[in-house]
Design a protein around this ligand. Sequence first.
Ligand code: HCB
Length: 218
Amino acid sequence: MSNQEMLDKLRDTIVTQNINGCAAATQEALDAGMTAVEIINDGLSPGMKIIGDKFEAAEVYLPQIMMSAKAMNAAMEILVPILAEEKGADDEGVGLAITYVQEGDIHDIGHRLVTTMLEANGFKIVDMGVDVPNDKISEEVAKNKGKKLLLVGSALMTTSMLGQKDTVSMLVEEGLRDSVKIMFGGAPVSDAWIAEIGADATAENAADAARVALNLMQ
Ligand code: HCB
């Protein structure tokens, strides 16, 4: 099977909610020499995009999306340890990344991928998980003030994305804005939004997030 055929197969297992098939196709692609990043960016993520579009068009409903997410997670069980190996973790740490998903939002697949890629690129991680309110975020920033600090927030919904603006405002009000770099991401986040709310950067995917994060730490 060619690499393209394998990527198509990975994509289709997500779209058809084939949990066992997705794990098997992931292992098959790894055995054929594909990297974890290729499998995620060119196979699995396009599948999630298609199922998201179908949901928007009312062609599929929430149970199907949940099964697609389960298929993606089955693949991630295999890929997350490999991602760390592909990059080679650095004990020194290039900075401390506080990662979380904004309040009201429980979409954690992208958040977990970004967190893993940052860890694999030498960041120490404080993973605050999903549905995190702004006061908890500023508490964590205050606790780590003085370190090389990066705030990494995800929001997958236009509603939760609005909370990112409040995060920045709260850090400004509490005199903490200058002690942390801020990278926000998730499908609705754009460069224009980042500029509007006074954050530092966004990134399209987990590999890009690692590159941007390292640049921000320099
Ligand atoms: Co969900 N959902 N969902 N959902 N969902 C979305 C996000 C919609 C866009 C679907 C749609 O309508 N087209 C939509 C949001 C609409 C909007 O606001 N514009 C939506 C909705 C409405 C909802 C509910 C409200 C549905 C309902 O209950 N009626 C509900 C909300 C629950 C809540 O959060 N309170 C809901 C629930 C669900 C689940 C539970 C069924 C499931 C989540 C499972 C889980 O995460 N454990 C789910 C899923 C899977 C999706 C879609 C289909 C895929 C999201 C995903 O995992 N993508 C999504 C449609 C879509 O996005 N096209 C849909 C794959 C990952 C790899 O991509 O974008 O998350 P990512 O992350 C990337 C990238 O953004 C970047 O790197 C990541 C890795 O490459 N990145 C960063 C992410 N964070 C970053 C941070 C940085 O600093 C830098 C880069």
